[in-house]
Design a protein around this ligand. Sequence first.
Ligand SMILES: Cc1cc2nc3c(=O)[nH]c(=O)nc-3n(C[C@H](O)[C@H](O)[C@H](O)COP(=O)(O)OP(=O)(O)OC[C@H]3O[C@@H](n4cnc5c(N)ncnc54)[C@H](O)[C@@H]3O)c2cc1C
Length: 477
Amino acid sequence: MLVHWHRSDLRAPDNEGLRRAAERADGVVPLFVFDEEVLSYGSPPRVAFMLDALRSLRSWYRERGGDLYLAAGDPSAVLPDLCERLGAEGVVWNRGYSGLARERDEAVRAALDDAGIDHRDHGDALHHEPGSITTNEGEHYSVFTYFWRKWRDREKADPHDPPPAGALEDAGPGEFDAVPDLAALGFDAPEATVEPGGREAGRERLESFCAGDIYDYEDRRDYPADGCTSRLSAHLKWGTVGVREVYAATEEAMAASDGDSDRESVEEFRSQLAWREFYAHVLRFNPEFVAENFDEYERPIEWREDDEELRAWKAGETGYPIVDAGMRQLRAEAYVHNRVRMIVASFLTKDLLLDWREGYAHFRRHLADHDAASDAGGWQWAASTGTDAQPYFRIFNPMRQGEEYDPEAAYIREHVPELAGVDPETIHSWHELDPAARTEAAPEYPAPIVDHGERRERALATFERARGEGEGASGDG
Ligand SMILES: Cc1cc2nc3c(=O)[nH]c(=O)nc-3n(C[C@H](O)[C@H](O)[C@H](O)COP(=O)(O)OP(=O)(O)OC[C@H]3O[C@@H](n4cnc5c(N)ncnc54)[C@H](O)[C@@H]3O)c2cc1C
């Protein structure tokens, strides 16, 4: 008998480790451990999503005569104990790539070795393992385009079948008859309405996206009011859908496509899946990526400290409508549209010149889909400190971005109630209005807290100093 230790792979179908365990053993006990150390990095929306996923996973097993064994504690103590009690010969799990996950796994391996228990880990969360896509000289890529070309051309594995019902051992519910709620784990209720986290919800999103929006993805993915992206990020983070089944769904969409534009759109979606893998590879070989600038400048970047500006950014009270809409979507939904993530991140790191790590910490707390690799990747991109980053001199103009990507201000008006009754033209010229016109249009909504033009100049000068030079090309996005 083997134990399959579920972590960020909260599904039974298309699960590499689980499949391998079921092939090798005459019985598999699925296990999840509430690990205090890992939970100490958790946050209410993320843990809420995870608990939903666990409820759905447990139902899946119970409907097939098995159960999900739930334990709490340090996995390096829980796993050897449990194996001994059940008479299990070994433990199987799917690999994690962050520094924290790798440290924990190393400790678990050592504890299992001491207890004489077999252990194996498998690659499941990515199509291609870190280290398998490199330059011809064997170097890891730090530029996405080259990585993408190789990623795209590599063959992808088919989705795996779930283990047959006969392979499941029922070792009982473990320490929890019911999946605990947030309060039992020491978390407050999330401020946001978090989307349902179970596998059914993930499959539904995948199927509906691949039956329709995927064909508009290339043209419409940047427009937050359109909602035509997949919203699969939290499902991919928690593994409620498997990467192979996502890719297989894109193959079906490709087969059903009508013309080049449909096919290019499916390909564009695949390239976003590859971004996720690119950042996972970067983090695997650079564990400090979540805390340190990837791209080192000659001198330290002189980030400012300004509690009031940071507060206004977090609260969505900057007086820049698209920025405020994004920050409020974060608090309301534990999610932000990708284009708007880029805009709010640029605003924090360039207009306010506040350290990207402040933004990363805030996103980590509030996003249901927070993923160390993609979050650090996104922040470092916006801060011009990352791999393949936005050049420091290309600074988003938040008013222009709002006008271009939310022309009818539908997204802004949805998330900023003070502007709900204001016409798009007034919203998009908010920075130019005189105080009386602003008060008349939306008395509760603030004036811009900073002047973008001035702040842009200051950011350019700051980055140029960090580069050790006094000149540089410039362009306003
Ligand atoms: C500052 C910043 C922080 C971010 N933090 C996270 C994060 O914590 N977790 C996270 O999953 N994504 C993060 N992203 C990337 C991206 O914004 C989200 O993946 C995307 O908005 C999720 O919505 P979706 O599932 O509808 O995406 P879709 O457009 O449907 O994309 C499909 C999938 O591809 C992956 N993906 C798409 N874009 C990116 C990207 N730029 N980088 C990495 N993977 C990508 C995601 O897994 C996503 O679910 C961040 C981006 C920025 C700019």
